[in-house]
Every structure is written in C-alpha cells, then in structure tokens.
Design a protein around this ligand. Sequence first.
Ligand code: PGA
Ligand code: ZN
Length: 390
Amino acid sequence: MSKISSLKARKILDSRGEWTVEVTATAETGETAVFSEPRGKSRGKYEEVSVSTDTAVENIEQVIASAIKGFEVEEQVKIDERLLELDGTETKSALGENAILGASLACARLASVVKKVPLWQHLNELSGLDRPSIKPRLFINIINGGLHAGGNLDFQEYLIIPRADRFMEAVENGINFYRALREYLVKIIGGRASLLGDEGGFAPDFKNNAEPFEVFQKIVYELSLQDKIDFGLDAAASNVRMNNNELTAFYKELYEKHNLWYLEDPFAEDDFDSFAGLLKEWNKGGLIAGDDLTVTNIKRIKQAAEKKSINAVIIKPNQIGTLTETLGAAREARQLGWKVIVSHRSGETNDDFISDLAYGIGADGLKLGAPARGERVAKYNRLLAIEAEE
Ligand code: PGA
Ligand code: ZN
C-alpha cells in the first residue's frame, strides 16, 4: 500500500456561486485524488457545525494535513478516528464539519486510486454492505420550491422516481418526462415556466401546492409511463409555515388523489411523534424518509427507530463529516430494514462521489436533482459510466 504524504486545500465555487472547499490528497507513491464539497441551503439544525470556507481551508492545511500524514491510505477508520480526536467536540465545531469532510473523502478517493479499483468498489469494501442486483433508483427533483426557488410553492422538491433495471432506462424515462414537463409548463404558463431552481427543476408559480402532481399525472399518462414512474415530495417541513393538521390534510390528499409514494421530512425536524403517526397510516408500501430529522447521525437514526418515525433515510456525507460515520449510518438503517437513499445537496460542484457511494453501498436510491445544470448532470453521467463498465 502507500501512505498519505500531503493534503492541500483551496476554495472553489459551488453551483450557487458561493465558496466551498476542494481538497487534494497525495500518496507517497505519487498518486493524487481531488474531492470537492457540496453545500446545503435548507440545512437541518442538527447537522454538524460548518466553519467558513477560509477557516476550513486553513484548518485542513495547518492542522489536519500534518496530523494524518503517514497514515496508510486505505485505513479509513483510523484516519477518521484521528480527525474526530483532533476536533475533540461533539458537533465538529472546533475544526468544522467541512474541514473534516474534505480530508476524509479525499483520502477515500486516493485509496481507490492507489488500489487501482473504481471508487464504488473501495466504498463497498469499506462499508461491509451487500450490493443487491437491484440498482439504486433515481430520485429526480423536477419542480423546485421552498428555499430552492423563486416560485410560489411552499414545498421544496417535487420528485419523479423511475422504476428500471438499468440506469440507462431510468435516465431515458427521466429526461423524456423532464422535456415533456417543460413543454407542458411553457404551453400553460408561458416562457418563464422554463426558469430553473437550484437543483435544475422548473420553478414557476402554480395555482396551489398540489398542482404540480396534477401536471405529473397528465404527463405520465401522455407518455404511457404509469407503471414506470413513482412520485415523491420533499416537504422540508422545518421551513414551511403550516401547522401539522394542515400538513397532514395535504399529504392525505396527495396520497389518495395523486399516488404519492415517497415523502421526505413531512414535519419539523424535532417532531418524531408526528412522523410516527403518519407512518402508521401510510405504511401500505410507500416511504416516509428522514433528512433534517436524522441528519446522517446514528444517534438520531436510533431515536427515529425507537419512535418508529420513518421507513427510509437520507444519507448525506456532509451532514455528519466523516466517511466512517456516513457508512455507519447507512449500515444501521439497513439493519433496521429501512430504505437507504444517498443524496446530493442544493449547492454542488461537478464532483461525482455520491454516485459511487450510492452504487457501492447498494443504496435503494440516489437523489440527484434534475437532468440539467452541469453539477447535477455529472452525477448522472458517472452512473452511466459505472453501468457501461459492468
Ligand atoms: P439542501 O436541501 O441541500 O439545501 O439542504 C436538500 C434537501 O433538503 O434534501
Ligand atoms: Zn430533504
């Protein structure tokens, strides 16, 4: 194997034109690997603490680099333990989650380069998880609202979720739907309908919060894709000004009239009980997922399990900070029998680590935005490349 010889960090731009961290890890045998970080906007309040990009860069170069120099590249658990020890706080507030994440994931990618295996294979080995023959489903955020767009929708993400054996088929159906949706919206709303939100979905004004699903149903029939596409909503309810009765009535309407199959963060991030109440009624095959509720943190995942709040969980490495903790959260969720959905953030770079992560750990899904905007498309193209090499 080979040892880590250096870590370099610098600031680069993300898809919103804001600063984020890029880390380059080098091995003593000369190989290098680069990882760049995503940044959320509707961040959960229980996510680990980030510091400014300048401070994160400084912490990586002046504190972390010398501390992990000399570690074997493939010893991810030891590297991550050292990072946690260096930080020494419960919430990573000393060095910053963003300083720790960059170091952790750049080292993981470097190990795959040194081992000369695809990143997904290295991640699979680290995770100890089985990869089922069924591939992760694509969770395509095709209409953007809430904090991610300037339209009038209260809810953040309206998703289509193709059902397909191959990524190629899922992508084909996804892009056909996306194109038909644009044509339809431009016809009924006008040219402004094709303006995009942060994750590449359309973001016009609608008559009400349910109308996007009426449109989805029309299009799915038009394209004869009824058996091939499910619908989902990420309510991101911590940012929605509605009470729980109003929210519940809305979800029931979507469930009964519009075949809603996937629902993420239906209530505020502290409200484990309301999640549980809804799941009891909902549990006929559909998914209720925690994102801000669980923040890829094993303690909060266990709390949600005790309360029976959810049957699916979002996994985002930058909510928790290290790869080892991310994989631990995914393993715990799998043991609980939940569906595991790896996710991008609303602020992204062209980095495609999450595509390898989803495939490598045999996740049930990957949330990756609409098939538009380079930073979203990078994730789709990586999945297609992985499939082409199978
Ligand atoms: P964020 O939103 O990346 O802005 O936090 C994504 C999500 O809530 O799923
Ligand atoms: Zn979410």
